[in-house]
Write a protein that binds this ligand. Structure first.
Ligand code: ZN
Length: 294
């Protein structure tokens, strides 16, 4: 079984579990209501694509410059923690990519816990080498980086869709889907899934997306799935679940898309998503999308 917290964990317990022990000890004390029902505020970042070489650019964007702009915004924001949706590294998940990412993220990690999932441009072993505190003593699913955290009346399940570094499609695999089914049966709390890959049918998406939905079908308490991969910002619905596609921090694939991050406020009934655009199409910068579920 994964590490589960007490039946009614406080937000602080969630955050302590989501981050490292050191982070939880230095968690900045800020005025907030105690208990699990007050909104949970999270910075949502995805597709940072940090290269070892800080001067590297793609489509006119510098991922290092972009994250350098985003980090102080996240640090200044009223948030309890941060989630990163994968493609942390530029292409292959080199140790040097993660070293640079770790340096850039240091102020965010000092502010509060950070949860990360892996994308198709990540490398599991190199990632754990750089972020040893995120490596569980025993992997819940062999060769996959999964985690479950609870806070604010919600459960967050972090999945690993990395199939092989620098190979575009993703896969959860049988073992992880079986684990997920058990995990979802273990609690009826409203649940949010974080995974890197998009859930469509194109060749470069999550290959077992339909089988993921087969697993989810009996579990109506799975309210939202958050992912990155497409470098596109949108909220759509599938089978009554809210699918939240995060914009990329590193670069967009299309001039119509923003580059940046999303400030989010979660309750057991929904989430308010506010776009913090720093590049690309910034016309929706500051706009809040309110997502509700039953
Ligand atoms: Zn990406």
């Amino acid at each position: 079984m994964p590490l589960l917290l007490s039946p009614s964990p406080t937000r602080r317990q969630f955050l302590a579990a989501a981050g490292t022990a050191a982070v939880s000890l230095t968690f900045a004390p800020r005025a907030r209501a105690q208990g699990g029902t007050s909104p949970l505020r999270l910075a949502l970042l995805s597709d940072t694509h940090i290269p070892a070489d800080a001067t590297e650019t793609y489509r006119g964007f510098s991922p290092v410059e972009n994250l350098t702009k985003v980090v102080p915004q996240v640090v200044a924001a009223n948030i309890d923690g941060t989630l990163l949706g994968g493609d942390l590294a530029r292409l292959k998940g080199l140790p040097e990519d993660y070293a640079r990412l770790k340096g850039l993220l240091a102020p965010v990690m000092a502010k509060g816990p950070v949860g990360m999932v892996l994308g198709n441009h990540d490398h599991r072993a190199n990632f754990f080498e750089a972020f040893p505190a995120l490596k569980p003593a025993t992997a819940v699913v062999a060769n996959k980086h999964t985690a479950t955290r609870e806070a604010g009346g919600l459960r967050f399940v972090l999945l690993d869709s990395l199939l092989a570094p620098d190979v575009t499609p993703g896969q959860l695999g049988n073992a992880q889907r079986a684990w997920l089914a058990k995990e979802l049966s273990a609690s009826a709390q409203p649940t949010v899934i974080l995974v890197h890959h998009t859930l469509g049918t194109n060749d470069g998406e999550l290959m077992d997306a339909d089988r993921l939905f087969d697993v989810l079908r009996p579990h109506r308490h799975v309210k939202a799935i958050v992912y990155g991969h497409s470098h596109k910002y949108e909220v759509i619905e599938r089978e009554g679940r809210q699918l939240i596609n995060l914009p990329a921090v590193g670069y967009n694939f299309n001039d119509n898309e923003p580059v940046g991050w999303v400030e989010s406020v979660w309750t057991s009934e929904g989430v308010d998503l506010t776009l913090r655009a720093i590049g690309g199409n910034q016309s929706a910068n500051g706009q809040t999308t309110s997502v509700h579920w039953e």
